[in-house]
Design a protein around this ligand. Structure first.
Ligand code: ZN
Length: 302
């Protein structure tokens, strides 16, 4: 990872002007409504003033100052996400795209293995996959190749660069657009993979995804585990700098504009509970992720 001044210089070269974007303040915990308890970092790794705060009641952490949902939509649509990843990783924008694709392909392989181990579905509905936050489309394509029926990725970060030339793939911009077009359509597998940390309102977004889940279907959600991310950053900086980093400096390095949400195990469980999901299996997606396959809580014991 680059130093802060190197990142700042790269962002300056991108012609990024934060003041030209619309920002909002979120004064209450998006999960439980409590006021913020601790300011973890005033700044993000890119130099934005974001006020990363934590909630004492539920353990969630969030960006109290961030872009509005409409501005985030523009941010992804215009490719800023990829450019920022490239700036902080020291890669070129093309390399960043390549590493994201590699990341998606690795997850696609994990998906293939995990799906083979899941208990058989009741089979009352035609198999269909909804991939919320479809990114480049690779994970959806993997699901299609695994002979799931229809595959429906939504909210693609980069439709132009997508790998959606697979059969039976029906893409939508977001879950609301999908719901308006097909109000009764349900899915036997709903994927929320490497996506929930990017939501402005994780409760509403996951509830919308659960509403599309067939009664006997599975929802697979993957959280970045903030506690593990923090420990990894501590180890990384301990070996790369001569002085000891403070907690505030570590949070500064972890905070990023494109992650309004920071989950720990406790707050992830709370999100599942609040959205009517019952964990049925925990998977090892990567050492810093908490990956959970769920069913509807109401279908427990069916
Ligand atoms: Zn809370």
């Amino acid at each position: 990872m680059l130093r802060a001044d190197e990142i700042a210089a790269r962002l300056q070269a991108l012609d990024w002007h934060p003041k030209d974007w619309v920002w909002e303040v979120v004064p209450q915990c998006p999960l439980c409504g409590a006021p913020p308890h601790t300011l973890l970092s005033q700044w993000d790794r890119y130099g934005h003033e974001v006020w990363l705060v934590s909630c004492l009641t539920c353990g969630f952490a969030w960006l109290m100052r961030r872009l509005t949902p409409a501005s985030y939509a523009r941010y992804y649509r215009e490719g800023w996400y990829r450019r920022f990843v490239a700036a902080v990783s020291g890669e070129s924008a093309e390399d960043a795209e390549t590493s994201m694709q590699a990341n998606q392909r690795a997850f696609g392989r994990l998906l293939a293995r995990a799906l083979q181990r899941l208990p058989a579905q009741a089979g009352t509905t035609v198999p269909a996959v909804l991939d919320v936050g479809g990114s480049s489309g690779w994970i959806a394509r993997t699901a299609a190749d695994l002979a799931y029926g229809e595959v429906c990725p939504v909210d693609l970060i980069d439709p132009a660069g997508s790998e959606l030339n697979a059969p039976r793939v029906d893409a939508y911009a977001d879950v609301d657009t999908l719901a308006a077009a097909h109000p009764d359509r349900q899915y036997t597998l709903v994927l929320v993979i490497r996506t929930v940390d990017h939501f402005s309102d994780p409760l509403a977004a996951v509830r919308a995804a659960v509403a599309r889940l067939a009664p006997d279907g599975y929802l697979w959600i993957d959280f970045l585990d903030t506690a593990k991310e923090f420990e990894a950053a501590k180890a990384r900086y301990a070996s790369s700098v001569t002085r000891k980093w403070t907690h505030t400096q570590l949070w500064h390095a972890l905070a990023k504009l494109d992650h309004p949400c920071y989950f720990f195990a406790q707050s992830a469980q709370r999100l599942l509970h609040l959205t009517g999901l019952q964990p049925v299996r925990y998977l090892t997606a990567s050492e810093r992720h908490l990956s959970v396959v769920c069913r509807r809580a109401s279908s427990e014991g069916r």
